[in-house]
Design a protein around this ligand. Structure first.
Ligand code: PMP
Ligand code: GLU
Length: 399
């Protein structure tokens, strides 16, 4: 029965809204196709091509007939490459390939893990601002997402004190570091404190580390996998190739989970997708397993770093009163707009695209509409031009 919905749709979908980030990028594409002069700094999608070695491995897999159903949990070659890769990123710690499940993008990994560990009424804490899909995914499990506001003095991150204050009885926590939308990165000590808090309260931690390689400090960003095993009994790490390997369209994501959860996730997708796209798994195995791809990642991250510096320095020089989060990872710049006469993020973005053609994402999509997100995963010339327009627009607002 479909009680409670005037349209006859299931109550499963009561909270469902289209992803705002995807919607904005589609709107920008639509305007471009209609001949408008649009610069899209809305989408969080690298503009680089997939590294040739990974792309070739995908093509080869198709030619070699790797075109049949894969194993539910993913091909062993990819899981083994991912285990080795994650181990190397965390100083050689053991990582068990049997605890890795491959899905169609880390978005599906997130859905599968949430669906496997949360159920009706479960409270899931989400530091806010938060990436659009987390609350939606929790709603789809019939759980209750609770946004816990981060501290503006602290890169919009939160502490265990905030968690205890806002969600003392939570069953879960979804933590994204490096963070989409803020660019903040939790330190090793902060992750450890959160892991201790979660262990003591038997809280599932879903650690979205998809941006781990895109870090502007030394090495990869700190990870839950840098902690000893006894901290990780209820931690699921989400990883993938979309961002650092510029492979968004291949749709491959990974989860490293305790054995019981990994098994449930694989069983779940045995009924929904029969595993992830088979040839794409070979491409991802090459991305994570072939050492030569590392040079591509280093080059792309260096390029993101330059773009980050460009955005930060232009905001500092040309819009000195505007508050922003110092970006330490990912490819997002999160700045505050309410100082422009109390304008909301939504109004700022609507007026900006209409009058200048620049697409950004209002902070409201992430739970706080005093802010706006700019993605610098775009060509430098595009970013420069967009900044000219944003600065001009913001100065007019202040006049
Ligand atoms: N987590 C975060 C924080 C993201 O920004 C994205 C980007 N869409 C994803 C997960 C999902 O990425 P994908 O499904 O392409 O692996
Ligand atoms: N994660 C990216 C973003 O936030 C891609 C869009 C999406 O999957 O939401 O823009």
């Amino acid at each position: 029965m479909t009680q409670g919905s005037p349209f006859g749709l299931s109550p499963n979908l009561h909270h469902l809204e289209t992803s705002a980030t995807i919607a904005i990028s589609q709107e920008a594409k639509r305007r471009k196709a209609a001949g408008e002069d649009v610069i899209d700094l809305g989408a969080g999608e690298p503009d680089f091509p997939t590294p040739a070695i990974a792309a070739d491995a995908g093509v080869r897999a198709i030619r070699d007939g790797k075109t049949h159903y894969p194993a539910n949990e993913g091909i062993l070659e990819l899981r083994a490459a991912a285990a080795k890769h994650l181990s190397l990123l965390s100083g050689g710690r053991p990582v068990n390939a049997d605890h890795i499940v491959v899905s169609n993008g880390s978005k599906q990994s997130l859905f599968n893990v949430c669906f496997s560990v949360f159920g009706p009424g479960d409270v899931v804490a989400i530091p806010a601002p938060a990436w659009v899909s987390y609350p939606q995914i929790v709603h789809l499990t019939r759980g209750r997402p609770v946004l816990v506001p981060g501290d503006p003095e602290w890169g919009l991150k939160l502490s265990v004190r905030d968690l205890d204050r806002v969600v003392p009885g939570a069953q879960g926590l979804i933590l994204c570091s490096p963070c989409n939308p803020t660019g903040s990165v939790y330190t090793h000590a902060e992750l450890k404190a959160i892991a201790q808090w979660a262990r003591a309260r038997k809280v599932w931690v879903i650690a979205d580390e998809i941006y781990r390689r895109i870090h502007y400090g030394p090495g990869p960003a700190p990870s839950f996998l840098d902690l000893p095993d006894d901290f990780l009994e209820r931690v699921i790490v989400i990883y993938g190739v979309s961002k650092a390997y510029a492979m968004t369209g291949w749709r491959i994501g990974l989860a490293l989970a305790p054995a019981k959860v990994a098994k449930a996730m694989a069983a779940l997708q045995s009924h929904t997708t029969t595993g992830a796209n088979h040839p794409a798994q070979w491409a991802a195995a090459a991305a994570l397993g072939d050492e030569r791809v590392e040079q591509d990642v280093v080059r792309m991250v260096a390029e993101f770093r330059k773009r980050r510096e460009l955005v930060v320095s232009r905001f500092r020089q040309e819009l000195p009163g505007v508050e922003f989060v110092e970006p330490l990872g990912a490819f997002y710049f999160f700045f505050r707009v309410d100082s422009f006469g109390g304008i909301s993020g939504t109004e700022f973005c609507t007026r900006l695209i209409t009058s200048t053609g620049v697409a950004l994402v209002p902070g409201g999509a992430f739970g706080d509409d005093r802010w706006v997100r700019l993605s610098y995963a775009a060509a430098t010339e595009q970013i420069e031009q967009a900044l000219d327009r944003i600065v001009g627009f913001a100065k007019k607002l202040s006049d």
